[in-house]
Design a protein around this ligand. Structure first.
Ligand code: PMP
Length: 410
């Protein structure tokens, strides 16, 4: 057996300035990592340095500052290509986040290529970002939206998926990891099944990119997307990966500067990908910050991240299940490090509010997955989501505070 990689959590925590703060008079216990992750000083300092000393617009300048800024953005694109193991930099498109990436595919791919009666398959555990763009497209173009059900553990029913796949299935859009349940979906199998039926596949990687090594070539997905702010990078920047053949066939998403080859009043021709999909001045400092976040994750390594987060998940599951009345929603065999829980007599918002008063940041709500809440017949859940910088001591603090809250609500 391979030796487990050594992971010094206290040393890593020193990289995240916010983690040594207090909230409501208690040491901050930040367990809302599925909503957004905290930023290491490497990312903060890189962006600060860029804004203080290196800021210029990219592409158009013929002076040194602009040439350097352009080069930094190009380097960030290469880092992301390596992060996802895409084959070409031109398959990496910078967008605002996972939401914009999915909207881009719905507009540039869906609107152009799908025809009345074509079918799109999603699942019952999708985030609204991977439901609503498809629903709107279906209404606009007369397409059919089909939904893979989930079982009581929160796993996809692949037998039904097989039956849903048909000659009119054009696209399957599935989350890699559920933000509300933690379920890790067998995306390689899903992609194989979809391709066998002649359909393309978009993987929503918003909750997988922070936790596991993603290899888009091995996965063989047609599209994959994630948000920078969930992988320890800045907000306002994210990535869409697309296979080159699709990006070439698609329409642009937005129109304007930077995405053209030539413009005249008679006819405009478009630039090649990725620029075809990146109209206007991009989020330059954020792109550079994202590159730094990718470097940071690379230095820590997904083997260490996975081990630390799995330990936290196992430990927290055990501790929380000792609390009378607590029920975990989402008990799939394959889970990432988050736990959604409910009590019969306590509303999740009340639980979240009390935990906040103890300095514990968790999320309470429908997690932008209203159809999934309906499936489990709960209005909402309280969700604790862990990152590699969390500790077992923090899990103990969480469990003690949840127990205390149950006593308060008796
Ligand atoms: N998909 C999933 C699974 C998510 O968890 C999220 C964010 N909660 C999104 C998509 C949307 O990400 P963003 O808001 O960063 O665009």
């Amino acid at each position: 057996m391979m030796a487990a990689p050594f992971f010094d959590v206290q040393k890593v925590r020193k990289d995240f300035p916010i983690l040594s703060q207090t909230m409501s008079g208690h040491p901050l216990v930040y367990l809302d990592n599925a909503a957004t992750t905290q930023k290491p000083r490497q990312v903060i300092e890189r962006m600060d340095h860029f804004l203080r000393h290196e800021n210029a617009n990219i592409h158009r300048g013929v002076y040194r500052l602009s040439e350097d800024a352009t080069r930094f953005c190009d380097q960030a694109r290469s880092k992301v290509r390596e992060f996802l193991n895409a084959s070409k930099d031109s398959e990496i498109i910078f967008v605002r986040g996972a939401t914009e990436a999915i909207n881009l595919v719905a507009a540039g791919f869906g609107r152009k290529l799908l025809k009345n009666g074509d079918e799109i398959i999603i699942s019952a555990m999708e985030h609204h970002a991977n439901i609503v763009p498809w629903q709107a497209l279906c209404q606009e173009k007369g397409l059919v939206l089909r939904v893979i059900p989930v079982n009581d553990r929160g796993e996809l029913d692949l037998e039904t998926f097989e039956k849903l796949l048909g000659p009119r299935t054009y696209l399957v859009a599935i989350t890699h990891v559920s933000n509300a349940l933690g379920t890790v979906n067998p995306v390689k199998e899903i992609i194989k099944m979809a391709h066998h039926a002649g359909a393309c596949v978009l993987i929503d990687g918003a909750q997988s990119a922070p936790h596991q090594k993603v290899d888009v070539q091995e996965m063989d997905c047609d599209f994959y997307c994630f948000s920078g702010h969930k992988i320890y990078g800045p907000t306002g920047i994210g990535v869409l990966y697309g296979k080159e053949k699709h990006l070439l066939a698609m329409d642009p998403y937005q129109y304007g500067g930077d995405m053209i080859e030539t413009v005249s009043f008679e006819k405009t021709t478009y630039a090649l990908p990725p620029h075809k999909f990146e109209a206007g001045t991009p989020a330059i400092a954020e792109i550079i910050g994202l590159g730094e976040a990718v470097d940071y994750l690379k230095a820590i390594g997904f083997a260490a991240i996975h081990q630390q987060e799995k330990e936290l998940l196992d430990y927290a599951t055990k501790k929380l299940l000792q609390i009378p009345g607590l029920k975990i929603i989402g008990t799939a065999a394959e889970k990432e490090s988050l736990i959604s829980f409910v009590f019969d007599q306590i509303h999740p918002h009340d639980m979240g509010t009390v935990l906040g008063e103890f300095g514990i940041a968790v999320r309470a709500g429908h997690h932008c997955a209203m159809p999934l809440m309906k499936r489990f017949q709960v209005p909402a859940t309280t969700r604790a989501s862990f990152a590699f910088y969390n500790t077992k001591v923090e899990v103990d603090v969480l469990a003690a505070a949840v127990l205390r809250a149950t006593e308060l609500f008796k």
